[in-house]
Design a protein around this ligand. Structure first.
Ligand SMILES: NC(=O)c1ccc[n+]([C@@H]2O[C@H](COP(=O)([O-])OP(=O)(O)OC[C@H]3O[C@@H](n4cnc5c(N)ncnc54)[C@H](OP(=O)(O)O)[C@@H]3O)[C@@H](O)[C@H]2O)c1
Length: 402
């Protein structure tokens, strides 16, 4: 099982790398901006309230919020705005890869900083970053950069901070993609110098999606925030960088709201909660004599292949309306019972995020020298669960996999 999955991961990496070859690297803002127009028009007929160029007030269910979009930052303007800057992107994980390649394709002066003995150094070289030219060790890259984009893992942002902080001299800008380090400073010890701008742009998705959407001429939704505005330009810089890394729409937030909602969401409906629901439903079906394929189809396959995409396209009512009267009646009745049962658990989760327990756990785990091996062991356990083994067999029978 493990080797099959590693092969799949390797194949995926290779495919992504092939996709990142120069042949299509010319795709830039012009294409991206054009591709964004239909959704802009859609907004204009629905929730759109008022617009100054590139900035809109949108009515989200009665709450009016400001949203920025890339039309106000065409490529020439971005290049001019950052013409004197060196973007030092520190860390080359999922976000470093996606944001770094998008910045490079957009023609910005970007360099990568990673440790020489780590996996990221090799991966960066495979993506065409050249040692001594635009690939350096972390501290050297920070010295060269005017905008330091800290995309190390959240626990590494803390463990390396003592070395990084003295290099963040006046006139540099510090950028994050998560509010984690700065908001939980009592735990992480990451306290930015007070004389520099500190901003964040947090793509609402994996760095791989940041890259693929950019290459398709689309843009990922991101949130952005200002932690410290010394120059009076911090917000403008965050929006410009957000567009430059490949965002389509940018939602304004604060560091604190970004980190609370992000840690909460990924532990809840986005990942942990949904896995827990899948397991609970599957186990009850199996305990009542249903076969693995039946239990999997009724729990995961129909959800991901048929019903959840309908919610994504047009909302919950659209999904309900697409189902039978019988299904709809039962689902609506039971949804309130699930909500009442689960809400206290979500309240506990939010509290655990807010009081720093989740941060402590992430720091402790991510800081272990063997954290990659430990995660791989857990992934192996998940792959080995009956539900996911059944899923593999079910997926192999999908028409497109025949
Ligand atoms: N992934 C996402 O979906 C996502 C989405 C939005 C925001 N974010 C945020 O983006 C930031 C980066 O996340 P990520 O997922 O891209 O990266 P990640 O996988 O969490 O971190 C990977 C990078 O950290 C480096 N690193 C780890 N320990 C280190 C150490 N002790 N010293 C030096 N470097 C070390 C790794 O280098 P080696 O290869 O050398 O170990 C690698 O380059 C985080 O703040 C995260 O919360 C992530």
């Amino acid at each position: 099982m493990a080797s099959t999955s590693r092969n799949a991961t390797r194949a995926l990496r290779t495919a992504l790398r092939q996709l990142s070859q120069p042949r299509v690297q010319q795709r830039t803002f012009a294409v991206a901006a054009n591709a964004s127009r239909p959704s802009v028009q859609k907004l204009a007929t629905s929730a759109f309230v008022q617009q100054t160029r590139g900035k809109k007030t949108v009515d989200f269910a009665g709450d009016k919020e400001v949203v920025y979009e890339r039309d106000d930052w065409p490529r020439d303007k971005i290049l001019d705005y950052f013409k004197n800057d060196t973007l030092a992107l520190i860390g080359y994980g999922s976000q470093g890869h996606g944001q770094g390649l998008n910045l490079r394709d957009n023609g910005l002066n970007v360099i990568i900083g990673v440790r020489k003995d780590g996996a990221s150094w090799k991966e960066a070289q495979q993506d065409g970053w050249v040692p001594g030219k635009n690939l350096f060790e972390v501290e050297e890259a920070i010295k060269k950069g005017s905008i330091v984009m800290n995309l190390l893992s959240d626990s590494a942002q803390s463990s390396t901070w003592d070395k990084i902080k003295p290099l963040l001299t006046k006139d540099k800008t510090l950028y994050f993609s998560h509010g984690f380090s700065a908001v939980f400073k009592d735990i992480t010890k990451v306290e930015p110098p007070t004389d520099i701008d500190v901003i964040l742009v947090a793509p609402k998705g994996s760095g791989r999606t940041v890259r693929t959407l950019f290459r398709e001429g689309r843009g990922i939704n991101s949130s952005f925030a200002v932690f410290q505005d010394v120059t009076g330009k911090a917000e403008e810089k965050a929006v410009a960088l957000g567009v430059a890394i490949g965002s389509g729409y940018l939602y304004k937030t604060t560091f604190q709201k970004e980190v609370y909602s992000d840690l909460y969401g990924e532990r809840g409906c986005l990942m942990g909660g949904i896995h827990g629901m899948f397991l609970a439903q599957y186990e009850v079906l199996r305990e009542n004599g249903h076969s693995p394929s039946e239990a999997f189809n009724e729990t995961v396959e129909e959800a991901t292949q048929s019903l959840y995409p309908l919610i994504g396209q047009n909302g919950m009512d659209y999904m309900y309306a697409a189902c039978s009267t019988t299904a709809r009646r039962g689902a609506i009745d039971w949804s309130s019972r699930f909500k009442e049962t689960l809400k206290p658990l979500f309240a506990d989760l939010y509290k655990s995020v807010k009081d720093g327990k989740e941060t402590e756990r992430a720091m402790e785990y991510g800081g272990r020298p063997d954290y990659r091996e430990a995660f791989e062991k857990e992934m192996e356990e998940i792959r080995g669960m009956e539900i996911w083994r059944a899923g593999k067999a079910v997926r192999s029978l999908r028409p497109e996999n025949q």
